[in-house]
Design a protein around this ligand. Structure first.
Ligand code: GFB
Length: 312
């Protein structure tokens, strides 16, 4: 990606990750960007995807298209999570190879690592233990994608790299009480509780699990950086290297939103993995580091929510 004229395809450009990557590439001055909405091109459909790749022949591919969701969405729709992710990545990876892409970046997730992995989690702990049950179908699909990239590199000499981002948040998130990830769910939940003058708001689980959160613009910068400079065969973690308990997070979000009531924890809801803090020494040693602290990122996301969602 040394020239600004190279043809770059962003798969999933309307999602949280893809839209941030598109924005970052535009900001950097790349001029030949290709993207299609899921209505125009269904990446689950092998024929449609092949026709697209045959015509466009992108040189660089950011594979950001995926079926994603929070802990409850993952456990409620396991079939969709495994099928849709396998189908999308199968098609995009294979046709990127078949139609000569110079490089592809595949996105995994920190949930691909074993539930009880040693913390902070190093890249080499992949497949060293049992997965967390609530997101096993999603994790298995993502592990298949990583293995597919590595297998194509080994057999066909492609340059397909895989990045493992930690939990993400920021403008472009999906706000839904049931299926969102924890940050948009709590912003929405506390916002509604504030509007309705509720005495308390409910947070799922015990509040004890710890999570690491990366602001979406920091991730987009990391992905463009990796596409330019990283060519290794191994997966690479992308995170902040710091985590926080869900309880601490809930209290910060309560402040950001300005909700004055109290917080109750509903332990009948799943906690998921107790902790998943990534070891980010590899990407840091290459020269990338995050810029946006959690509280600042949460304020930006809440402002975006107020502008885009609150009146709907
Ligand atoms: O964000 P979340 O769904 O992702 O949940 P995971 C994180 C933690 O927040 C869990 C708690 O311990 C939840 O119990 N939590 C508290 C809430 N209140 C809420 C709420 O209102 N909504 C949600 N969603 N959580 C996902 C995986 O796991 O992480 C995906 O299922 C993916 O596969 C993603 O990898 C990054 O970190 O638990």
């Amino acid at each position: 990606m040394q020239s600004l004229k190279v043809k770059i395809y962003i798969a999933g450009h309307t999602g949280l990750v893809g839209s941030a990557v598109l924005k970052e590439l535009t900001r950097k001055g790349y001029k030949n960007l290709v993207f299609k909405s899921s209505k125009e091109l269904d990446l689950k459909n092998q024929k449609e995807t092949e026709v697209f790749f045959k015509k466009e022949r992108p040189e660089y591919v950011f594979l950001c298209a995926a079926k994603v969701g929070g802990i409850l969405a993952n456990s409620s729709y396991p079939a969709q999570f495994i099928y849709e992710n396998l189908a999308i990545q199968n098609n995009v990876i294979h046709f990127s190879y078949k139609y000569g892409a110079r490089k592809l970046l595949f996105l995994g997730s920190s949930c691909i690592y074993p539930k009880l992995a040693v913390q902070p989690i190093k890249e080499n702990s992949l497949l060293s233990g049992y997965l967390e049950e609530t997101n096993k179908p999603y994790a298995v699909a993502k592990i298949a994608g990583i293995t597919m990239c590595q297998s194509y590199n080994a057999q066909y000499k492609t340059n397909f790299i895989s990045a493992m981002p930690t939990n993400l948040y920021g403008p472009g998130d999906r706000f839904d009480a049931e299926t969102s990830h924890v940050i948009p769910a709590l912003l929405l939940n506390f916002h509604r509780a504030k509007k309705e003058n509720k005495k308390f708001a409910v947070v799922w689980g015990t509040g004890k699990p710890r999570r690491e959160f990366l602001y979406i613009e920091d991730l987009a910068k990391a992905l463009v950086f990796l596409m330019k400079f990283y060519n290794g065969p191994d997966i690479i973690n992308v995170g902040t290297g710091e985590d926080i308990s869900i309880k601490e997070l809930a209290y910060i979000i309560k402040e950001v939103v300005g909700f004055k009531g109290s917080i109750r924890f509903d332990a009948s809801k799943p906690d998921g993995t107790p902790r998943k803090l990534l070891d980010v020494s590899n990407i840091r040693s290459l020269g990338w580091q995050p810029e946006i602290p959690l509280e600042e990122g949460l304020k930006k996301e809440y402002r975006w929510f107020l502008k885009n969602y609150a009146r709907k």
